[in-house]
Design a binder for this molecule. Structure first.
Ligand SMILES: Nc1nc2c(ncn2[C@@H]2O[C@H](COP(=O)(O)OP(=O)(O)OP(=O)(O)O)[C@@H](O)[C@H]2O)c(=O)[nH]1
Ligand SMILES: [Mg+2]
Length: 148
């Protein structure tokens, strides 16, 4: 069975936009209400990371994923991840800082937060408005795929 990349992050962080890019699709961006399996991705609702009672669904869903992308929105600094949360996943976790076109001044803070969540470097800075940084993330994912 082909494994997909799971995308986790707070509401409006850009999860579905990133899933579209990774799938080469153009699904309309409505608030994601359920887990959505795409060609290459598992897109999740923001509410799953915003409610501790939903963590179990994220962790269960990640069982079939190749990697988990942990998104931080640099334009909206909300503390939704508990310290060390990345360690609850059994597959590799990759840190992605989104909306870099809006929140460039917060990149250092986001880096600190990712360290605190237990995500190891390198982190990927992306702006999905102009696709800045998406190439580097895709290349990294391709390399990891080849290693499997
Ligand atoms: N300026 C800017 N806007 C972005 C970026 N990425 C996403 N957006 C916009 O942010 C909004 C939310 O994007 P989504 O991809 O739907 O966010 P989401 O994380 O899937 O949101 P939920 O499913 O509601 O949790 C949309 O209007 C996107 O066009 C970015 O890098 N820069
Ligand atoms: Mg979404």
């Amino acid at each position: 069975m082909k494994k997909r990349i799971m995308v986790v992050g707070p509401t409006q962080a850009g999860k579905s936009t990133l899933a579209n890019l990774l799938n080469d699709t153009n699904r309309p961006l409505r608030k994601t209400q359920d887990v959505i399996y795409g060609k290459n991705t598992i897109d999740t609702p923001g509410s799953y990371i915003e409610n501790a009672s939903m963590y179990k669904y994220l962790i269960a869903t990640a069982q079939t994923a190749s990697h988990v992308l942990i998104l931080l929105d640099s334009s909206r600094l909300v503390d939704v991840y508990p310290p060390g949360f990345a360690k609850t996943f059994t597959c590799p976790v990759i840190g992605v800082i989104t909306k870099n076109d809006l929140g460039q001044e917060n990149v250092n803070l986001c880096t600190q937060k990712l360290l605190n969540i237990g995500v190891s470097q390198p982190y990927f800075l992306v702006s999905l408005k102009d696709n800045q940084g998406v190439g580097a993330l895709k290349r990294h994912l391709h390399l990891l795929e080849q290693k499997e």
